[in-house]
Design a protein around this ligand. Sequence first.
Ligand code: GRF
Length: 184
Amino acid sequence: MTKKIAVFASGNGSNFQVIAEQFPVTFLFTDKRQAYALERADNLGLAHYSFELDEFASKAAYEEAIVALLNEHEIDLVCLAGYMKIVGPTLLEAYEGRIINIHPAYLPEFPGAHGIKDAWQAGVETSGVTVHWVDRGIDTGQIIKQVRVPRLKDDTLESFEARIHAAEYKLYAEVLRELGLKSK
Ligand code: GRF
């Protein structure tokens, strides 16, 4: 049986694009109606859905709508890729064990929304990238795979960031393959 995956993003969507170019993605979900990732989905001819938290009475209601979408499409695995919201209890109860996330640092180092900048500002010699299962904490779930990424002597924040992103694209694809997804 082929695993059906959905990718969740909030903004740029470069990880989404790299995943969608290599694996069959059933749909993209964004929590922002203006996310650039949506344009990428259009260019790839992929289905996408968007709704925003403030269109719902509560986070639970917002996540109920997401769960309905996932159920309707019989999604086996949710891949968070730059989805900038904490997964709440409603989505977790329905899909825990079936949600993974990519984080642009070597967890448990530098959790949170600014993993790249935080590592840079701390002056580390190496940072990294992590793919992990999602639990109720912030970037605390069980680690699936991670890779070290060096900060080089002549790096600027931009060049360091670019190296981290390149490592993300490679690692996410490796993990999906290891989880049994077949490339296109
Ligand atoms: C990635 O670095 C991801 O790890 C982080 O947010 C960034 C999203 O980039 N959580 P993109 O939207 O995939 O281009």
